[in-house]
Write a protein that binds this ligand. Structure first.
Ligand SMILES: [Zn+2]
Length: 462
């Protein structure tokens, strides 16, 4: 649902007036008095963010112009070149592309149908990194299991079958194993192909793709996701005693690795330019939808934090660097390449932040770091009370910042939001219309304030 411009302006007015409230002057020993020098600029950053739809418009432009952006695709590289041009126009410094060799998986044509007892097409999406089928497809009888234990119990009955893991979505962490590890488990049991009930809540017959991981030394069988509706239908038919034959056709294949790039832009620090605060999202996406929620939005709101500082002529003590990662979805090569390239500079990374949970209404940040750093971050977050984004959760991190954060024990942070991320992610429905311009404005402002204060504090966050 989009906010009317009238409500937008009202909301801006409310926030700016909340920010104008200052703690009373007669309590100089307040614990958060150290924040006083940052209150004006923070209010300006939030005010600037909330006074326009710039972030949303920019994300809409990415999706409309380039569409989805899978590693190895022309669309991703064109979008990367566009981002470089736009960052320069924004006035960011040291804008550059850094080469990363990425896997190049292509989906090709694909289909799944019930062959008997009656022909019927099913909605499906092949899983990323899957092998394809022979041109005529694979036809076999269906075996449904609801857990790995049921697969083990099925024993020889799995041989020569197409195995469906029909496991209802609970949390991503619990359910995703059937997508990532299920195909190799099914192959070990003798299956010829694997299907997975989409890893997400019930949607409108929308399949979710995502990467699988073949185990070493196990036959690689093709694998695809089906919708929750079709999984339920197949289950009902089997429960009624039907014997079901399916035919799966997939042209999926790997091409040679391709050249891609992490995109970097900076605001150089005025006193300690060698000390860096990284804010980031991943620019690659699955090859369905437009990757607006996963993770074009994360790229734009973190980039936006630098644009806002530049626009308001705010140059913090330390460098603020935005990174648009390549190849998060099916390789993590961008995050690994950054760690390797900057290995000797990681000790100068004060904080790394990633936004990859969608850009719905921001509630605050997850943070991982020392207790002292957490207390500081909590103080800073009080500057975000006006937009109700002051919560600091127990864990911060992200897939792409992970390799660097682990290598050098860098404090890490993630944007936290309230929204139905797993309904959309990795689906054809991941498009800009699910995102509220006001939420993107709030997220951009929150990230800008957090990054600015950490970059400008006299003492380094430790
Ligand atoms: Zn993502």
């Amino acid at each position: 649902m989009l906010m009317s411009s009238h409500r937008f302006v009202l909301a801006v007015g409310l926030v700016v007036s909340l920010l104008a409230l200052r703690p009373s002057a007669q309590t100089p020993t307040r614990q958060d008095a150290w924040l006083d020098p940052y209150r004006d600029n923070s209010a300006h950053l939030l005010g600037e963010a909330l006074s326009s739809r710039h972030a949303w418009e920019r994300l809409a432009e990415v999706g409309d112009t380039f569409g989805h952006r899978l590693s190895g695709s022309r669309a991703l590289e064109d979008a990367i070149d566009w981002a470089v041009t736009e960052m320069k126009k924004d006035g960011l410094e040291n804008v550059r592309k850094e080469l990363v060799k990425v896997p190049h998986w292509v989906r090709g044509q694909e289909s799944l149908e019930i062959v008997s007892p009656r022909r019927h097409a099913l909605v499906m999406l092949g899983m990323g990194n899957s092998v394809g089928t022979p041109a005529e497809g694979i036809e076999a009888e269906l075996l449904i299991v609801r857990s790995f234990d049921e697969l083990t119990a099925a024993g020889a009955r799995a041989r020569g079958r197409i195995v469906l893991f029909n496991v209802p979505f609970t949390t991503y962490g619990e359910t995703v194993q059937f997508r990532s590890a299920g195909p190799s488990r099914a192959a070990t049991a003798g299956a010829v192909a694997a299907l997975v009930r989409s890893v997400g809540p019930a949607g409108l017959r929308t399949p979710h793709t995502g990467a699988l991981r073949y185990a070493d030394g196990v036959a690689q069988i093709p694998a695809a996701a089906i919708t929750t509706e079709d999984a339920d239908r197949l289950q009902r038919m089997v429960d009624r005693g039907n014997t079901i034959r399916l035919r799966l056709r997939m042209e999926a294949a790997f091409l040679p690795d391709a050249d891609s790039y992490n995109v970097i832009g900076e605001i150089r620090g005025r006193e300690k330019p060698e000390e860096v605060i990284v804010v980031s999202g991943h620019f690659d996406s699955w090859d369905v939808g437009t990757g607006s929620t996963d993770d074009g939005g994360g790229c734009i709101v973190t980039w936006e934090a630098l644009r806002l500082m530049r626009k308001l002529n705010i140059r913090p003590r330390r460098t603020v660097r935005v990174v648009l990662w390549t190849n998060e979805e099916n390789g993590l090569r961008g995050g690994n390449a950054y760690r390797d390239r900057y290995r000797d500079h990681l000790a100068n990374h004060v904080l790394m932040m990633e936004s990859d949970s969608g850009v719905f209404r921001p509630t605050g940040f997850g943070f991982t770091g020392s207790d002292a750093a957490r207390a500081t971050v909590r103080d800073i977050a009080t500057l975000l009370r006006g937009i109700q984004a002051e919560r600091i959760g127990p864990n911060g991190g992200g897939a792409d910042i992970g390799p660097s954060v682990e290598a050098a024990r860098i404090p890490s942070m993630s944007l936290e939001v309230e929204g139905n991320y797993f309904l959309l992610h990795h689906t054809p429905a991941d498009t800009i219309d699910k995102i509220d311009p006001m939420d993107m404005a709030r997220a951009s402002g929150a990230i800008a304030v957090m990054a600015y204060v950490i970059a400008d504090m006299p003492d380094r966050l430790r």
